[in-house]
Design a protein around this ligand. Structure first.
Ligand SMILES: [Mn+2]
Length: 382
């Protein structure tokens, strides 16, 4: 059995005001070609199919095109919702599509029925676990003891048979850690950056699966074991990812259930690059190459330059960001403070604010009320 593991497509996403749709179409075309040339039987898409719950029409058409191209080549599709997707909308026409070999698991319903695909060695069971919060699983499995995401995923997987030699694959979209070691984030996950321990799921939960196809973290990486893996987003979705090499895992499972993973590099239509130097040097015709790339330029000029962005865009029309780093090496205080603030949790920041205004620490009741509010405003952690 050979399948391609995708995740975090974020169709319809805009980065720094730039619509990524053409870049997404380009990378999906590359993926379709890859499926055909490498004899792929199925594509597993581990959530965040869309960037927002109500995606733009063009993003919906792009997914339609992608699914149709795969179905035309007889390639099965197994997809789950991520925290960015609307579970209900992703489920649209799900039962009809399943007859065409496209399985979409948007909502968690309390039961995981595997999709069974076969090869010469017999069946392979694919378990599709949509993105779940503790409360969702608790609602469907009221008898399970669930206090955190780890409990929730354990409960959701508890009905999965194990140890009988059947080959099983899991798709999930959660924040997974191995022995409490967190995966490396990319900066474009938006919801995953400062997650508390309550949202963490232990990779040990997936021991019964030949391969676990994860989504949520945008940087490709294995978690604890080479067969528990984040595919990563197929494109750079944040300037923090400048220069990052994106890839897709091509997974081959043999008759005994051993999964072999080959990482295949993806090549974007436009790279995302960080340049540093004086403006005149960066924009000198001899220095400009791949002018259509997405550029973040850090200028080392001593004084701000009027029209710097316009001059940068004359050389690089898709320049996304421009900032300054003085050559004398002094740190930029504002940038430093901003970075410091970003590193601190909402609770810490609010607590400081409270002390400044009230002249005392919040009481336990006040802290609890704040925690409740925080849950409401940042349901996926901050
Ligand atoms: Mn994502």
């Amino acid at each position: 059995m050979r399948f391609l593991h995708l995740a975090d497509l974020h169709l319809g996403k805009r980065v720094n005001g730039f619509d990524m749709l053409e870049d997404q179409r380009y990378i999906l075309e590359q993926i379709v070609d890859l499926c055909a040339s490498r004899g792929v039987q199925a594509v597993v898409a581990a959530g965040d199919i869309y960037d927002v719950p109500q995606p733009p029409a063009a993003a919906v058409l792009l997914l339609d095109w992608f699914l149709t191209e795969l179905a035309r080549r007889d390639i099965r599709v197994l997809a789950i919702s991520g925290n960015h997707d609307s579970a209900e909308r992703l489920d649209y026409a799900g039962q009809l599509l399943a007859r065409q070999g496209v399985w979409l698991a948007g909502r968690y319903t309390g039961q995981l029925d595997p999709v069974v695909l076969s090869d010469d060695d017999g069946p392979v069971e694919f378990y599709l676990l949509p993105f779940v919060r503790s409360a969702t699983v608790r609602h469907h499995l009221p008898d399970a003891s669930i206090t955190c995401y780890d409990d929730a995923v354990a409960a959701a997987l508890s009905g999965t048979p194990a140890g009988d030699g059947t080959r099983r694959v899991l798709a999930a979209h959660q924040f997974v850690t191995a022995s409490h070691k967190a995966p490396e984030v990319s900066g474009s996950e938006s919801c995953a950056i400062e997650v508390g321990t309550v949202e963490q799921v232990d990779a040990a939960r997936f021991a019964g699966f030949c391969y676990t196809a994860l989504g949520h973290i945008h940087r490709p990486q294995a978690v604890g074991s080479p067969t528990v893996r984040y595919a990563g987003s197929p494109l750079c979705y944040s300037l923090d990812e400048c220069g990052a090499q994106k890839s897709v895992p091509l997974v081959t499972i043999d008759g005994s259930g051993q999964a072999e993973v080959e990482l295949i590099e993806l090549h974007p239509r436009r790279a995302m690059r960080h340049l540093e130097g004086p403006l005149a040097k960066l924009t000198a015709p001899a220095a400009v190459c791949d002018a259509d790339d997405y550029i973040w330029a850090t200028l080392t000029d001593d004084t701000p330059i009027p029209d710097a962005m316009a001059r940068l865009r004359a050389a690089y029309p898709n320049a996304m960001k421009l900032d300054y780093k003085p050559r004398n090496g002094t740190t930029d205080d504002a940038a430093h403070t901003a970075a410091e603030v970003r590193r601190r949790s909402f609770d810490e920041l609010f607590s400081d604010f409270f002390v400044t205004v009230q002249g005392r620490e919040p009481t336990e009741a006040e802290a609890a009320a704040l925690a409740e509010l925080r849950e409401e405003v940042f349901p996926c952690g901050r």
